[in-house]
Design a protein around this ligand. Structure first.
Ligand code: FES
Length: 167
């Protein structure tokens, strides 16, 4: 009798485990983006539109992205993206404190966050003594001619990542 009960218990446990795995698989398929959505996760930024000192705001995967063509008086930084001899700062425009969207203040050459007074320089580096704990994050990018492909990990991005410059 107890053998039969053991068998029933094991069988029920097996069905439950199979059901749980099946459920997880179905949930993963539901949550995973469709291939068409993944392909649409890239944004092409035409840099020929960029003017020195005037950031363009792009959108990538629902996030705002700053693309600032640096002028000669803006300091070099290892986070600069150099395309056809011009330097660009590209970052996700979400403050690293609590996620507000900073605004570029042209007269001060800073990205300023109105929420709690955070400030970032033209390389997206957080200024000391203010709430943001880290620089603005750099999105994955690849350089193609005079364009940036946001969402692709090109060699320049991978080099920055290796050197811990992304955020
Ligand atoms: Fe930007 Fe707090 S969210 S300083």
């Amino acid at each position: 009798m107890s053998t039969r009960r053991d068998f029933m218990g094991m069988a029920l446990g097996g069905f439950t485990a199979v059901g749980a795995i099946g459920g997880l698989y179905a949930a993963k398929r539901t949550w995973d983006p469709l291939p068409s959505v993944k392909a649409a996760g890239s944004t092409v930024v035409d840099l020929s539109e960029a003017k020195e000192g005037e950031p363009i705001v792009e959108k990538w995967r629902g996030k705002p992205i700053f693309v600032l063509k640096k002028s000669a008086d803006m300091p070099n930084n290892d986070r600069d993206i150099v395309v056809k001899g011009a330097r660009y700062h590209v970052s996700i425009a979400l403050c690293t404190h609590l996620g507000c969207i900073p605004a570029y203040k042209k007269s001060e050459k800073k990205f300023k966050c109105a929420c709690h007074g955070g400030e970032f320089d033209t390389s997206g580096i957080n200024l000391p003594g203010l709430p943001p704990p880290s620089p603005l994050e750099i999105p994955p990018f690849a350089i193609e001619g005079n364009t940036l492909l946001l969402g692709s990990e090109g060699p320049e991005y991978l080099k920055m990542k290796k050197n811990n410059l992304i955020a």
